[in-house]
Design a protein around this ligand. Sequence first.
Ligand SMILES: [Fe+2]
Ligand SMILES: [Fe+2]
Length: 336
Amino acid sequence: MSLDFNKDPEFPRESIYPENWEFEDDSLGWKLYRRSKAEQWDEDKLDWAKLREAASGLEQREKLALSYWWALLSTFDNAAPVFAYALVKAHELEVKTRYKGFITMVTCDECRHNFVCGRSIQCLLPGFPNKFKPANEFEESVRRNVLWVWYNGSRYWNAYKESYNKYDIDILFTSFMMGEAAATTVFTEMGKLAKLKPFPEAFRSISVDETRHYAFTHVLMQEGLERMNEEKKALVTRQMKAGFTFLSLITYKPPKGFWKLPPGFEDMHYKLEGIARDAGLGVPTLEEKEKAWREAVLRVGAAVAKYGVKIPEIPELGISGEEVKDISEADVMPVF
Ligand SMILES: [Fe+2]
Ligand SMILES: [Fe+2]
């Protein structure tokens, strides 16, 4: 192809060039980006030595249950690639400069959250689950349950990448809303309930990040409002339900839809959660989780109602709203 240097170049579609910066306004998006930088924290500075020390006094089943929980959480906090991918798309699709800045910061936040999961396991049961050698059947099924949860994570990842071919980027980003709201609520609670150090501080710091992520989804919704037709509003409702279903595994109870898990998973899950709770992790009880979720859904519901978006019906929580059926992996795109 010959290039005519007397003219401006023609850029291919969905490229990260030409560049375009808009710094002029003082919108909420810019304020949040600045807040992201001011609120950074360092997971290396958490007192991991304290946890190693505590681990030496814990029983094997307690270390296993705690590691299990962190491994499960990591499914959702493996979100640095999710936001890194969103960042590539944000550049290709030329979203606002402030959004690109904010998504970059979320990528760092999520990397930190995921490393907290890994560091916790490293102190408790190094190598779990990949290099863990189960000593009996119980330990073997714990290891295998984690791998099956991660398998579902891989289904989610494929669906997530695919969703960029199906939905507008602003809808995609607003669908993070439910996940961020739930994360904010759950980690705030755990920050209060956890006893084992450094978990209380870790949960408090993570919830500071998640609160900011949640605020970002509000900004997106507010600023994308003019592009919200009825179809898109219905999609946001559907995404809220998908968010509830996807995150329920860690934040509520193992759900029926979407997840493909081994038989007996649920019994084992409750058993391990109970052991982890008694060991000082700060996992809320089922009643506390229901209360937290109900509050999160109603909070999101009140926020989106302003834009004419309805909340989904969630019978488990006694929430009435729009009926949303058949949540499958094609629907799932929310993240922590
Ligand atoms: Fe988040
Ligand atoms: Fe996170």
